[in-house]
Design a protein around this ligand. Structure first.
Ligand SMILES: *Cc1c(COP(=O)(O)O)cnc(C)c1O
Length: 466
């Protein structure tokens, strides 16, 4: 092995050759890139040996910590057999075993696993399956080619996933490329567009959905939703009962319910899958991020037997699902995903989670007293802390003020890695985080928010709003 170049050399080459995702590279080139070389448990370690708490679980993927011995071993053992063989016309043991395990833990009624390699593709597959299903199984019902989804939804960055998403900043310029969809207002209790309050509102925000499903079910193939929490929108949770009601409305209107559990799956919200909070089984379900414990890119789309049956026929009927990726069913990914499920059982990850989730709530609660904090939204071990300029009017910091980024930069200097979404500081620690580290994480966040200059708010004296 050749020796690794110096940190200075790496930083130089990074600035010269790379283009980072969701990053303004003009700023990046001026900044000092942090280069992570190792990890251990809830910590990331840079090339200089400095340790940072991984407050994002490496963007919501890590579950059991970095360098977990069981997961490490699974990959090494698989590597001694084979790294990859195609899933087109061939199969492999870890992919088979994993599918069986996944169906065991999936919401009851989901019976088939279709692999891919990231959350966006898992969503694309669900959309394509839904459309083809209606054509083949119920040719007289449609044409059902459209999807209903929530505003502020995020289902990935490929064109189909963007079509059913709605995050203005990311998506607006691609409008000409997107297929038409039907959008509705999401529930957003902190900024309720109907100016109502839960539970007395009786979820009036579901009424437009009911109307659309009733009036347009003939063109709707499915309704896609991030169950329980719209994560990339800035951690916007749905009120209790919302998902269940959507399930009932979809069933009644003959529209498929597609759950995007890419962010919420694998214990993130306190249960294995977020749908379980409401006893809901979707017709299609996309998973990815936590599937391999955050080790390898792997994804899957679950379906019911009813949908699967719609694709069966003689070859020359051409009912085949003509979709697949070079790395579908990758054995390294599948073996580490199997190991992750083993850890769930062996370490009783879910059972041990509940006390940590309660502690997380207790630690977050005092942040509400800070003048800069408007709202705290938590489901399990995922939370958003929304910064506002004025607590009474809930007026947001202008994006140009980069309030979230400023807080995250300070947190980094104190040894905590965060990735804000606009004005929302997002905390998504590994499920395995120790109580001590959980305390440290929230403490650093609090100290970092406190340094945010509230004098830069128009309502607090000086009108110098940067
Ligand atoms: C991250 C995410 C995706 C996209 O997954 P990628 O692996 O980044 O393509 C889709 N849906 C949700 C809810 C996500 O959080």
């Amino acid at each position: 092995m050749t020796r690794q170049p110096s940190t200075r050399q790496l930083k130089d080459w990074d600035r010269r050759y790379l283009w980072h995702p969701f990053t303004q590279m003009q700023e990046w080139e001026q900044e000092d890139p942090l280069i992570i070389e190792r990890g251990k448990g809830s910590y990331l370690i840079d090339t200089e040996g400095r340790k940072y708490l991984d407050g994002t679980s490496s963007i919501w993927v890590n579950l059991h910590g970095h360098r977990h011995p069981v997961l490490d071993r699974a990959i090494k053992q698989q590597l001694d057999k084979i790294a990859h063989s195609t899933f087109l016309g061939l199969s492999n043991p870890p992919a088979i075993e994993l599918a069986r395990e996944l169906i065991r833990i999936a919401p009851k009624g989901l019976t088939r696993v279709f692999y891919s390699d990231n959350g966006s593709t898992a969503v694309e597959i669900a959309l394509k399956m839904a459309v083809q299903y209606w054509q083949q199984r119920h040719p007289d019902a449609g044409p059902k080619n459209t999807f209903l989804h929530l505003k502020l939804a995020y289902h990935g960055d490929t064109i189909g996933a963007v079509s059913v998403g709605n995050i203005e900043l990311f998506h607006a310029r691609f409008k000409p490329l997107l297929f038409p969809t039907v959008e509705v207002e999401p529930p957003h209790c902190y900024r309720c567009p109907l100016k109502l309050a839960y539970p007395s509102c009786d979820m009036a925000c579901t009424e437009p959905i009911e109307d659309i499903l009733q009036n347009r079910h003939r063109e709707l193939a499915g309704l896609i939703i991030e169950p329980i929490m719209q994560a990339a929108a800035g951690m916007i949770p749905q009120p209790l009962g919302y998902l269940k009601r959507l399930r009932e409305l979809c069933t009644r209107s003959n529209v498929l319910l597609i759950a995007d559990e890419v962010a919420t799956g694998f214990g993130r919200t306190g249960k294995m899958f977020a749908c379980e909070h409401e006893g809901v089984t979707p017709d299609l379900m996309a998973i990815s991020k936590g599937l391999t414990g955050g080790y390898m890119p792997l994804a899957a789309t679950f379906t019911t037997d009813e949908i699967y049956q719609g694709f069966l026929g003689r070859y020359d009927e051409f009912k085949t699902f003509f979709h697949g990726h070079s790395f579908t069913g990758n054995p390294l990914g599948c073996s580490v995903a199997l190991a992750s499920l083993h850890v769930f059982r062996h370490e009783k990850t879910l059972a041990r989670l509940s006390s940590r989730i309660k502690l997380f709530s207790r630690l977050l609660a005092p942040l509400a007293a800070l003048p800069q904090v408007g709202d705290i939204r938590q489901r399990g071990l995922m939370a958003g802390v929304e910064l506002v300029m004025d607590k009474t009017t809930k007026s947001p910091y202008p994006l140009s003020a980069k309030a979230g980024h400023r807080v995250a930069a300070i947190a980094r200097s104190k040894g905590l890695i965060l990735r804000p979404i606009g004005n929302v500081l997002v905390l998504v620690p590994p499920l395995s985080i120790s109580k001590e580290d959980l305390k440290t994480m929230v403490e650093i966040l609090k100290e970092s928010i406190e340094t945010l200059d509230i004098d830069s708010c128009p309502t607090h004296g000086t009108h110098n709003n940067r």
